[in-house]
Design a binder for this molecule. Structure first.
Ligand code: 5GP
Ligand code: ZN
Length: 120
């Protein structure tokens, strides 16, 4: 595993230096509730290894991406929004126009209410 980025908030959460409400953990991923939720279910799924954003993902990261999506599905199922009559949205923000504020790759798992498309 690569060294944590020294100023990265999510690396600090992985290290246990910053508290978070963890809802799922695997050897390579961590899932915790967003501190400022804008849906009844709002969980962030991250790789434990520091990757700055989805724009930094490369061909060698395939297994990690599979693990990320598998954890996201497990979270959705555990939160009761994974079934065929519910549903959820996975979001990965990149850059300022997407309001990206934490530069450690994460999937937002959003659900528990209907969501418009396209998003605002
Ligand atoms: P971004 O806009 O970068 O895709 O999303 C970053 C997310 O991290 C935001 O939704 C924000 O509410 C969340 N966040 C920021 N600081 C913390 C924190 O200290 N703990 C948790 N659990 N979430 C955070
Ligand atoms: Zn990080």
């Amino acid at each position: 595993m690569s060294d944590p980025a020294p100023t990265c908030l999510f690396c600090a959460i992985v290290a246990g230096a910053v508290p978070a409400e963890v809802v799922a953990e695997t050897p390579d991923t961590l899932a915790f509730r967003d501190i400022n939720p804008f849906a009844p279910v709002h969980v962030l799924v991250i790789p434990k290894r520091h990757i700055a954003s989805a724009a930094e993902v490369g061909p060698a990261d395939g297994d990690l991406l599979a693990a990320l999506f598998t954890t996201a599905k497990a979270v959705a199922d555990a939160e009761g929004i994974g079934g065929p009559d519910r549903g959820y949205r996975l979001v990965a923000n990149v850059g300022p126009d997407a309001s990206n504020t934490v530069f450690h790759l994460h999937l937002h798992v959003l659900g528990g209410r209907p969501m418009d498309w396209p998003p605002g």
